[in-house]
Design a binder for this molecule. Structure first.
Ligand code: CU
Length: 163
């Protein structure tokens, strides 16, 4: 009984040693790559023009990537709607896309007439001054929570810089 315990222990110890060695070598291989590094994203100027009805609404913002790692916006969620889509505008018609690029050391601009976040079906119709919480999901960066401010229908972020 005593001898068997010793043998099992010895086997376990040698297994642990083998694992430690292989774990160590794979660690050093990984750390030479960009693995584990995450893009740093900041979001500014998020707004939603006051929706006309409770069927749909668009949201616009600028997502800045201050890192050398390119990322992608892959999804959006919000308590205001169960169906948020990522849209691009081509030939003045918008269509759903799976993702939008957030280039390294660059930005993804969601703006009127271009790429945007689309709420399909609103649980309630927000008014000017309300804030709508959305969570942006990215391929590499962790989720980013953004407060989207509801603005007048004619509001445009670009013009607001002037005042
Ligand atoms: Cu749209």
């Amino acid at each position: 009984m005593n001898r068997r315990t010793t043998r099992t222990l010895a086997a376990a110890l040698s297994l642990t040693a083998a694992l430690a060695i292989s774990g160590c070598s794979s660690d050093s291989a990984d750390s030479s790559g960009a693995d584990g590094e995450k893009p740093e994203l900041t979001v500014s100027g998020a707004f939603m023009p006051e929706p006309v009805n409770d069927k749909m609404a668009g949201a616009f913002m600028v997502i800045k990537n201050g890192s050398k790692i390119a990322d992608k916006l892959t999804g959006v969620t919000s308590p205001l709607s169960d169906d948020l889509q990522i849209h691009e505008t081509k030939d003045q018609k918008m269509q759903q896309v799976q993702s939008l690029d957030v280039p390294a050391n660059g930005e993804l601009k969601l703006a009127r007439g271009g790429d945007h976040v689309m709420f399909m079906g609103l649980k309630n119709k927000p008014a000017v001054g309300d804030k709508v919480t959305v969570e942006l999901r990215f391929e590499k960066a962790g989720p980013v929570k953004v407060e989207v401010e509801v603005k007048e229908r004619t509001y445009n972020a670009e013009n607001s810089n002037a005042h």
